[in-house]
Design a protein around this ligand. Structure first.
Ligand code: M6R
Length: 603
């Protein structure tokens, strides 16, 4: 949930670390800090709030001689987001400084043990326990590697850490267990970070670290060894093809806007190379039988994509499909059989609950498939097969283009597994529609944005908002509500429209508008009736619909009509732009909404 970075090389370390932290800030921005060694002096600088505060702290500081160091941007788990809890943390002697992402689950027990030995603590964090434990073990064994092994053998939970030692010039150690960490291999310099963009301006050569790996890096060498046995581990260097530009704003005010507007390209890329005439070809699934039963597991927006996919997987492919929130699946005691296929969906590929669900499914003997965006992420590596969504880096905390890309992969899966059930003409209608989609979306985006801007002024004063849909539009209603609440802080709830009268309708009044997704489909008459019930109680209605569809008493917002089930790809950008423009109108921090982080690597 936090971002960590380590550097050793020939450049001044502080600017390299600050630059990396800027690209990791999406992972958390409660506080930031860095540590480096100059001469024999270990210096730690920390600041509460966003990275700009740390930048301000650095003004006037002379630190150009430091050639190695570590940095951190925090999303608080243990302890308030204040300076004393900001990373890096140090041991009592001030010899070591450590940054950490994750949670040390047995920290209270370890802390009590250390306190009983006379160690005093200055923060409320689990991280300080880790650095104090490490210091104790290194001092006891007289060797840093031995000390790491001894300390990590005591630690339970999830972590990625990096640390430096005042007594070991030029060396950075880092390791991972269930939290992301990547090594960047340069010439005369090495990097370690939670995510590749942190060091992408300097190198494209990376090593994906695995659980239980510890890396020791110096300017001219790196070694990965097993955290418990200290045996060397073989690693392969991979080359990253995307560049920094792809991970940056490209002139847009916010990453979220840039990412929404990238969706035509996302549609093209998700489909590219996967169609042969009227067939969908997915080489990733070669040798796998069509699933008897599917269990889809994901969180947040990815879960909404899964809920949408269910309608297609059942109706087109005829596969019984269950969709679960990963955090419930983990502890729900649900039945997973070896004959089941479990499909995990995650943009980041690092979401802790989804990763844990994947591991449970593998343990149960099920076939595990992943739909992932981040290449080389934990979920991508641990799933038996992975279908990449090819959406490109998604930086904004609010997920947008990733959902489109996940829905596209789900649609391709439904067409692939449904090949025998669907007629050629049914498949052709969808595939032709799919090929035409990027242009239609592209052409409609400026108009959608304009409509969203107009409406933002009207609806931004709402006390709360309902989002309604039926059938495959119900998950979109859930997603519309999630987008609005996470970036504008307006309370919003998505409901299956038929559920309204079972309680929620009690909230309807003129200050509590309803956004209804009601395209021209077989459920439209039902939607109309539900909306009449809302209108009859004084509720204002914003209806996202197709040209020519009449929704009485509604503010209608039309999106181009495309063949089912592709209408979702027209509705989704409208919902995203609506939330975006409301948040901008209200002056909210769109890309970094409060209390959130992009990659949720804690339970
Ligand atoms: O990386 P993942 O797709 O696994 O992330 C899942 C959720 O954390 C994510 O979709 C979250 O709900 C977003 N903030 C939604 O915009």
């Amino acid at each position: 949930m936090c971002g960590i970075i380590g550097y050793t090389g020939h450049r001044p370390a502080v600017p390299v670390i600050m630059d990396g932290l800027r690209r990791l800030e999406y992972r958390g921005y409660d506080s930031a800090g860095l540590a480096f060694v100059e001469g024999r002096c270990l210096r730690v600088l920390r600041a509460e709030g966003k990275l700009a505060a740390l930048d301000a702290c650095l003004q006037g500081q002379e630190c150009s001689l430091a050639l190695f160091g570590i940095g951190h941007t925090r999303w608080a788990t243990h302890g308030l987001p204040v300076v004393r809890n900001a990373h890096p943390h140090q041991d009592a002697s001030g010899r070591f400084a450590l940054v950490h992402n994750g949670i040390i689950e047995n920290y209270a027990e370890l802390k009590a043990e250390l306190q009983a030995q006379g160690v005093s603590f200055v923060s409320d964090t689990d991280t300080e326990v880790l650095v104090q434990l490490l210091a104790r073990e290194v001092t006891a064994s007289g060797d840093v590697r031995q000390g790491i092994a001894a300390a990590l053998s005591r630690v339970e939970g999830a972590y990625a850490f990096a640390f430096i030692d005042r007594e070991s010039p030029g060396v950075v150690w880092a390791g991972r267990q269930a939290s992301p960490l990547v090594l960047g291999v340069g010439v005369g310099e090495h990097f370690v970070a939670s995510d590749i963009p942190a060091f992408l301006p300097f190198t494209r050569d990376v090593v994906f670290l695995d659980d239980g790996d510890v890396v020791e890096m110096r300017p001219d060498a790196w070694t990965v060894f097993d955290a418990r046995t200290l045996a060397p581990r073989d690693k392969t260097v991979a080359r990253i093809s995307w560049d920094v530009q792809a991970a940056q704003k490209g002139g847009f005010k916010h990453f979220m806007l840039k990412e929404i507007l990238e969706q035509p390209r996302v549609v093209r890329d998700a489909v590219a190379g996967r169609l042969r005439g009227s067939r969908v070809v997915l080489p990733e699934l070669e040798g796998l039988a069509r699933p008897e039963r599917l269990v889809v597991v994901a969180c947040g927006t990815s879960w909404h994509a899964g809920l949408w996919g269910r309608y297609l997987l059942e109706s087109m492919a005829g596969i019984p499909t269950q969709v679960e929130v990963a955090s419930e699946f983990r502890y729900g005691g649900f039945v997973v059989r070896p004959s089941d296929t479990v499909l995990v969906i995650s943009q980041s590929g690092e979401t802790a609950d989804t990763l844990a669900a994947l591991r449970m499914a593998r343990q149960a003997g099920a076939t595990v498939l992943g739909i992932c965006n981040v290449v080389g992420s934990s979920i991508a590596r641990e799933a038996q097969r992975v279908l990449y969504t090819q959406a490109g880096p998604e930086i904004s905390v609010a997920s947008t283009k990733a959902m489109t890309s996940q829905m596209l992969v789900l649609l391709l899966l439904a067409l692939h597994w449904g090949e025998e059930r669907l007629t050629v003409s049914q498949r052709e209608t969808i595939l032709h529609g799919l090929l035409a989609l990027p242009e239609i979306v592209e052409a409609s985006l400026p108009g959608l944005r304009h409509e969203a801007q107009k409406r933002a002024r009207v609806y931004a004063a709402a006390r709360g908002c309902f989002y309604l849909g039926r059938g495959p539009m119900y998950p979109l209603a859930l997603e519309g509500a999630l987008k609005l609440k996470e970036i504008s802080y307006i309370h919003a709830e998505g409901y299956a429209a038929g559920e309204m009268k079972h309680g929620p309708i009690a909230l309807v009044d003129p200050e509590f508008p309803t956004v209804a997704v009601c395209l021209r489909d077989e459920l439209l008459p039902k939607m109309r009736s539900n909306l009449q019930e809302v209108a009859a109680r004084g509720g204002r209605i914003l209806a996202i619909t197709n040209p020519g569809v009449e929704i009485p008493a509604a503010d209608t917002w039309t999106v181009p009509e495309v063949p089912a089930p592709l209408g979702a790809f027209m509705v989704l950008p409208a919902l995203q732009l609506f939330a975006y423009e409301v948040a901008v109108y209200l002056g909210c921090d769109v890309d970094q909404p409060r209390n959130l982080a992009k990659s949720v690597t804690v339970e």
